[in-house]
Design a binder for this molecule. Structure first.
Ligand SMILES: NC(=O)c1ccc[n+]([C@@H]2O[C@H](COP(=O)([O-])OP(=O)(O)OC[C@H]3O[C@@H](n4cnc5c(N)ncnc54)[C@H](O)[C@@H]3O)[C@@H](O)[C@H]2O)c1
Length: 349
């Protein structure tokens, strides 16, 4: 049994705990750590292991063989370096750091040690990814439109851009990552942000919205709009449009991928249906492919199995790749600050 521990027993920690509890066939949970003792104790009690407030004490005492790092965006660095020192593979939540120099330093050490790592970009493991990738391969896609609008999460750190990275880096990085995964690497970004619409949240010190134009290395242009000022579910929105000359793909992350203009598709796993429930002809309503897997569950299992086998090749987002998605977002932040376009290759130097 692989000995697994967690650092950071908050919202996303609980999400992973729900997965890890189902994997008693391959792992043993040996420690839950949070600087707030009640949180660590609550999680540890739930799974019957030991609670810690100091992660170094947990590493020494519980001797985990794999660790889930679920701390806020501004709490990275020391934890990763301590795990690398001890050759412990880790799963780290996105955004894996807010300082690109720090992320690169960590990446260098991971590569030197050939350590297995994974980043919490679980959307890559949904059952839609292969269809979106196929759409990208089969079609010329001159333009992608991406939106994500919602409210302000309750975490105190989220409301301060210096601590969270802002919405684009903290939340919409899932969208940035998915576009990279299916369509390729961004070349240049130009972003603007606005404030003044969220007026009723104490301590709110981040952008209310941002709009970004991206040129990809393959020539595709994209717009990415994201906002956290939405107060009603009617204003919530999260989708991509992949625009090709003779068809259009519309994607709702972790939910469905609808292709307009494609006459026929092969049935796969019984999940491919046209708008009226029949097979084949797609017209106004498109051909709908529903997501059929719990992507987070698969994502966590893939990491654990990789550590057990020593083969990280099935991990869809190792640290080095996750770093590129975060760099994409941080480059947008730089553009917002400077008012100038930012070339990703320059930003990563
Ligand atoms: N993959 C996803 O879909 C997804 C979803 C939500 C959050 N996240 C990411 O997960 C991270 C955490 O988010 P959250 O919502 O769980 O935050 P949270 O504030 O609910 O939980 C973070 C916990 O980490 C603890 N912590 C901080 N420093 C620590 C340290 N040195 N040692 C031990 N514990 C420490 C805090 O006390 C807190 O309990 C963020 O980076 C966020 O972006 C990812």
């Amino acid at each position: 049994m692989l000995k697994v521990a967690m650092i950071g027993c908050g919202g996303i920690g609980y999400y992973h705990l729900g997965h890890l509890k189902q994997y008693g066939d391959i792992i043993e949970l040996v420690g839950m750590c949070d600087i707030i003792s009640e949180k660590a104790e609550e999680y540890a009690e739930e799974v019957g292991c030991k609670a810690y407030t100091d992660y170094k004490a947990m590493l020494d005492d519980a001797k985990p063989e794999a660790v889930f790092i679920c701390v806020p965006p501004d709490c990275h660095g020391e934890i990763e370096n301590d795990l690398i020192d001890r050759n412990i593979p880790f799963f780290v939540e996105k955004p894996l750091a807010l300082d690109i120099a720090l992320a690169k330093q960590i990446e260098k050490r991971i590569l030197e040690k050939n350590l297995i790592t994974a980043v919490g970009f679980q959307c890559r493991y949904d059952s839609l990814a292969e269809h979106v990738k196929a759409f990208a391969e089969k079609n010329t896609v001159p333009f992608i439109d991406c939106t994500r609008f919602g409210g302000v999460p309750e975490q105190e750190w989220w409301k301060v851009k210096e601590r969270s990275g802002g919405q684009l880096v903290e939340q919409t990085v899932h969208q940035l990552d998915y576009i990279r995964y299916a369509f390729g690497e961004p070349d240049t970004v130009f972003s603007m942000a606005a404030r003044g619409y969220v007026t009723d949240i104490e301590g709110f010190d981040t952008d209310d919205l941002s709009a970004t134009v991206v040129r990809f290395e393959n020539g595709t242009l994209a717009t990415i709009a994201t906002g956290c000022y939405a107060k009603s579910g009617d204003c919530f929105d999260s989708k991509f449009i992949f625009s090709a000359p003779d068809k259009r793909g519309e994607m709702h992350l972790l939910s469905k991928f609808e292709i307009f203009g494609e006459v026929e598709q092969e049935k796969e796993d019984g999940f491919l249906i046209s708008g009226d429930g029949g097979m084949g002809g797609a017209s106004d309503e498109g051909t709908v492919i529903q997501n059929s897997v719990d992507a987070g569950l698969v994502c966590d299992r893939t990491f654990l199995e990789a550590v057990i086998s020593g083969d990280g090749s099935k991990i869809r987002s190792p640290y080095s790749d996750g770093l590129k998605s975060v760099a994409f977002g941080l480059a947008c932040n730089k553009s917002m600050e400077t008012g100038l376009p930012v070339k990703i290759s320059e930003f990563l130097k």
